[in-house]
Write a protein that binds this ligand. Structure first.
Ligand code: AP5
Ligand code: MG
Length: 206
């Protein structure tokens, strides 16, 4: 199973990617998580990515394409969350996985701001929470590994706006590209995460 999740910031890619990876027994590759981890560790990749991410801009293709190529090496299946985000990235993926199917998660724009504003993430295991819709059992602490939860730096309203603009300019053409090659499935992203998961499974024919 080779799945690409598409959709604007906060639509639920990360939430669904983790469920899909468990369901199909494949690896979830979340480029945002990989980059954030690199920033936290202060690696050369993190140093390069930090400035772009803080401003809500895309990290250059020359960095992302080799990074994802390396992640995909030897895998029979995967769920990609956050890649491809540009037409150049999509063309690179087509070379290594031309059969990958894209699922676009559609959510009304006014809902996205609330989802990102209430998001809390575990910096250790990347578990996702929302203070209203999916709170942790103990406020501020990860259910899975007890690490204190954090808010992402790029969930500030001004950076969210920039990320939305970048999505419209750079990633909307990727959606069209999958549509043209008849590899795009669209699911309604409103409802509970479990209800949306069932829609995604149907969309990929499971
Ligand atoms: P990335 O981390 O990929 O961010 P994003 O695409 O903006 O998406 P988000 O992670 O914000 O949202 P999501 O769709 O995963 O939603 P989630 O499931 O968390 O990228 C960050 C940055 O890294 C980029 O800006 C860029 O700089 C860089 N980058 C990454 N990939 C790159 C690439 N390929 N090329 C270049 N640069 C790259 O859900 C959001 C919230 O809503 C959560 O709190 C969740 O609990 C809640 N929620 C989820 N589903 C529901 C539901 N059904 N009902 C209610 N609440 C829900
Ligand atoms: Mg995410």
């Amino acid at each position: 199973m080779k799945i690409v999740l598409l959709g604007p910031p906060g639509c639920g890619k990360g939430t669904q990617a983790q469920r899909l990876a468990t369901h199909f027994g494949v690896k979830a590759i979340a480029t945002g998580d990989i980059l954030r981890e690199a920033v936290r560790r202060g690696t050369p990749l993190g140093t390069k990515a930090k400035e772009y991410m803080g401003q809500g801009k895309l990290v250059p293709d020359e960095v992302l394409v080799p990074l994802v190529r390396e992640q995909l090496e030897g895998l029979d299946g995967f769920v990609l969350d956050g890649f491809p985000r540009t037409v150049a990235q999509a063309a690179a993926l087509d070379k290594s996985a031309p059969e990958a199917v894209a699922v676009r998660i559609q959510v009304a724009p006014d809902r996205l701001v609330g989802r990102l504003g209430g998001r809390r993430v575990c910096p250790s295991c990347n578990a996702l929470y929302h203070v209203m819709s999916t709170p942790p059992r103990t406020p501020g602490v990860c259910d899975r590994c007890s690490t204190p939860l954090v808010q992402r730096d790029d969930d500030k309203p001004e950076v969210v706006r920039k990320r939305q603009e970048v999505y419209a300019a750079e990633t909307a053409p990727v959606v069209e590209r999958f549509q043209r090659s008849d590899r795009l499935r669209t699911v309604d992203g409103e409802g509970t995460p479990d209800a949306i998961f069932q829609r995604v499974l149907r969309a990929v024919g499971d």
